[in-house]
Design a binder for this molecule. Structure first.
Ligand SMILES: Cc1cc2nc3c(=O)[nH]c(=O)nc-3n(C[C@H](O)[C@H](O)[C@H](O)COP(=O)(O)OP(=O)(O)OC[C@H]3O[C@@H](n4cnc5c(N)ncnc54)[C@H](O)[C@@H]3O)c2cc1C
Ligand code: FES
Length: 283
C-alpha cells in the first residue's frame, strides 16, 4: 500500500541492529501504524526511500522476505552523509520510509523453475529477499543455488546466516556456494562468482537467474551463463544509480538514448538481459 502523497513517509521503528561486516549493518524495522504494517507489501528486488529528517533520503533495497508481514530488513553500507547517520541509529530510534518502489523480480514467472542467484559484494542484499521468499515458498520452485562472492571472507554478506543454513538447505535441494577472490586466509572456495556456475544444482534449460553486483562484472557473468546453456530471456539483473525522487519525476536516474530511454527507479531496478544489452549506458 502506498501513501496518497508520493513523497509521504511512514514512520518506522528500528527494532534491532546487527553488524554484518565493518561497513554493513542490518536493520530490522517495524511500521508504527498497525494498519500500514498489516497492508504494506513488496516484491523481492524492490527498494524503499529511507529518510532522516534534516539529513537526507536514500534508496535502499529490501533484503527480507515479503512473507514477514509488518517487519522488514535493510542492509546498509556506510559510504557517506546519510548512511553514516543511519549507522549511528539504535533500537528504538525512528526513520521515515516511503515506497516500495521499482519493479522487483518476476517471482511468479520463476515458479516451477530452478533458480540460480549470483551475488557479488553488496549484491547479496536484494538477492537475499529473493532467496528468503523462495525458501518460504519452497514448494513453488525447483532446485535453488546461491553463489555469494566477495573479495575477502569478512566482507561476504550474510556469510554466517548462509553457512548456518547449509545442511538443512542441501536436504531441500538448495546449494549454497560462498567464494572469495583475494583472501589468503580463506579456507573455502576461491574465484569470482561466475567461475562456480558449473557447480550449481540448477538445470540451465529450466532455470531463472538473478544477478546483482558491480555492473562491470555483468558482461563476464552473462557470457559464462550463456556458455553454460542458460536462456538469456530468463536472466535478470538489478541495477543501482544515483536517485532522488524514486518515482520517475526528477530524471536523475535516466539511462539510454532518446529513442530507448529507461528510468532505473520505475522501469527497474530489475532488468532483463535483453533490456540491458539494448539500452546504452544501462551498465
Ligand atoms: C535502487 C537502489 C538500491 C540500493 N540499495 C542499497 C542497499 O540495499 N544497501 C546499501 O547500502 N546501499 C544501497 N544503495 C546505494 C545507496 O543508496 C547509496 O549508498 C546511498 O544513497 C549513499 O548515500 P550517502 O548520503 O550515505 O552517501 P553520499 O554522501 O551521497 O555519497 C558517498 C559516496 O557514495 C557514492 N554513492 C552515493 N550513492 C551511490 C549510488 N547509488 N551508487 C553508487 N555510488 C553511490 C558517492 O559517489 C560517494 O562517493 C542502493 C541504491 C539504489 C539506487
Ligand atoms: S530517481 Fe527521480 S526519476 Fe528516477
Amino acid at each position: 500500500m502506498e501513501s496518497d502523497n508520493v513523497y509521504g513517509l511512514y514512520k518506522c521503528r528500528i527494532l534491532r541492529v546487527y553488524s554484518l561486516t565493518e561497513e554493513e549493518k542490518l536493520f530490522l524495522l517495524r511500521f508504527e501504524d498497525s494498519d500500514i504494517a498489516e497492508s504494506w507489501s513488496f516484491i523481492p528486488g524492490q527498494f524503499v526511500q529511507v529518510a532522516l529528517p534534516g539529513v537526507g533520503e536514500i534508496p535502499i533495497s529490501i533484503c527480507s522476505s515479503p512473507m514477514r508481514k509488518g517487519f522488514f530488513e535493510l542492509c546498509i553500507k556506510k559510504v557517506g552523509k546519510v548512511t553514516d547517520m543511519i549507522h549511528k541509529l539504535q533500537p528504538g530510534d525512528f526513520v521515515g520510509i516511503r515506497g516500495p518502489y521499482g519493479n522487483g523480480f518476476p517471482m511468479h514467472e520463476f515458479e516451477n523453475s530452478d533458480i540460480l542467484l549470483i551475488a557479488a559484494g553488496i549484491g547479496m542484499v536484494p538477492l537475499r529477499s529473493v532467496f528468503m521468499y523462495a525458501v518460504d515458498n519452497r514448494w513453488k520452485f525447483g532446485n535453488i543455488t546461491v553463489i555469494n562472492s566477495a573479495r575477502y571472507g569478512n566482507k561476504l554478506l550474510f556469510r554466517k546466516e548462509l553457512e548456518a543454513m547449509r545442511d538443512i538447505a542441501e536436504a531441500e535441494n538448495i546449494k549454497i556456494i560462498q567464494t572469495v577472490t583475494r583472501d589468503p586466509e580463506w579456507e573455502g572456495r576461491v574465484g569470482r562468482a561466475q567461475e562456480h556456475i558449473g557447480d550449481a544444482n540448477t538445470d540451465p534449460e529450466n532455470s531463472y537467474v538473478a544477478v546483482c553486483g558491480p555492473p562491470t562484472a555483468y558482461r563476464s557473468i552473462f557470457n559464462k551463463l550463456i556458455e553454460a546453456g542458460y536462456d538469456p530471456r530468463k536472466i535478470y539483473v538489478t541495477l543501482e544509480r544515483r536517485m532522488k525522487c524514486g518515482v520517475g519525476k526528477c530524471g536523475h536516474c535516466i539511462a539510454g538514448s532518446s529513442t530507448f530511454l529507461k528510468y532505473i527507479c520505475i522501469d527497474g531496478p530489475v532488468f532483463g538481459y535483453y533490456d540491458i544489452i539494448s539500452t546504452p549506458g544501462l551498465i
